[in-house]
Design a binder for this molecule. Structure first.
Ligand code: DGL
Length: 258
């Protein structure tokens, strides 16, 4: 049995890993964080596509996998097609949960909290046209929030005053559902919920992705196979505090990749 490769620009994909691992607890996991080029929300589309495809290809040539999860909205809204053409295993992408958000909204004003890249993608516009044509969409693109999520895992508290100006448009325009359209943002779910208040519901794609992965892999990983998880990264070595968090998540090995 191969492994499931979970890919992101940094630590955000761990929010997807947590859901997938819960669904397939005995599988083998490889996590690849392209920290050298973080944050992805600021990269040009071509740089993002070329870099992701090349890196994932190299990784799976070194160790074949059963399935790849692009646990990054900024990348998935661009790279799914070229990546599927370049590799020979199933690829699951994570894109903003616009469809459930539109269905859940009473006010028909929904928010999209994502990276500057994701909020302006054609892919996002298509999701909105297809599933939320009856809603007003408030788009907020923030790389600062991505940094704050990474810093939280490195042990730095995130203050309400840092979040308030970023989230203000959702309050001003009275969104009743906000899509966490970046995999880093569920790491700040409690802090975001505190600022937005109890009337605003937050949705992300984690549970849907876990269902999709289970569907594609069938029973593999739910039997007597043995769980193991390794963390690979490009760029800077994670802080000891981040490594402690990764160990809590089941990772036993951390290795610099390229
Ligand atoms: N976690 C990513 C996403 O879902 C990327 C964040 C970034 O690197 O800008 O969009």
């Amino acid at each position: 049995m191969g492994a499931i490769l979970i890919f992101d620009s940094g630590l955000g994909g761990l929010t997807i890993y947590q859901h997938v691992r819960q669904a397939l607890p005995n599988h083998r996991y490889r996590y690849l964080a392209d920290s050298a080029r973080f944050p992805y929300g600021e990269l040009s589309p071509q740089a993002l596509i070329d870099g992701c495809v090349a890196l994932i290809q190299q990784q799976i040539e070194a160790e074949p996998v059963d399935l790849v999860v692009i646990a990054c909205n900024s990348a998935s809204t661009l790279v799914l097609e070229p990546l599927r053409a370049a590799i020979h295993c199933p690829v699951v992408g994570v894109v903003p949960a616009i469809k459930p958000a539109a269905a859940m909204s009473y006010s028909k004003v929904i928010g999209l909290l994502a990276t500057p890249g994701t909020v302006k993608r054609a892919y996002t516009d298509e999701l909105v046209a297809q599933f939320a044509a009856d809603c007003e969409l408030v788009r907020v693109g923030s790389s600062e929030l991505v940094w704050l999520a990474e810093q939280k895992l490195a042990g730095k508290a995130v203050s309400r005053s840092e979040l308030e100006p970023i989230l203000a448009p959702f309050i001003q325009q009275q969104a009743d559902v906000v899509v966490l359209g970046c995999t880093h943002f569920p790491l700040l779910r409690d802090e975001i919920a505190q600022v937005l208040g109890p009337r605003v519901r937050l949705v992300d794609s984690g549970a849907a992705i876990a269902r999709r992965v289970s569907q594609l892999l069938g029973d593999v990983g739910t039997g007597s196979e043995k769980f193991d998880a390794s963390y690979y990264y490009t760029g800077q070595t994670p802080d000891p505090q981040v490594w402690a968090f990764l160990q809590q998540q089941g990772f036993r090995c951390m290795e610099k990749w390229l």
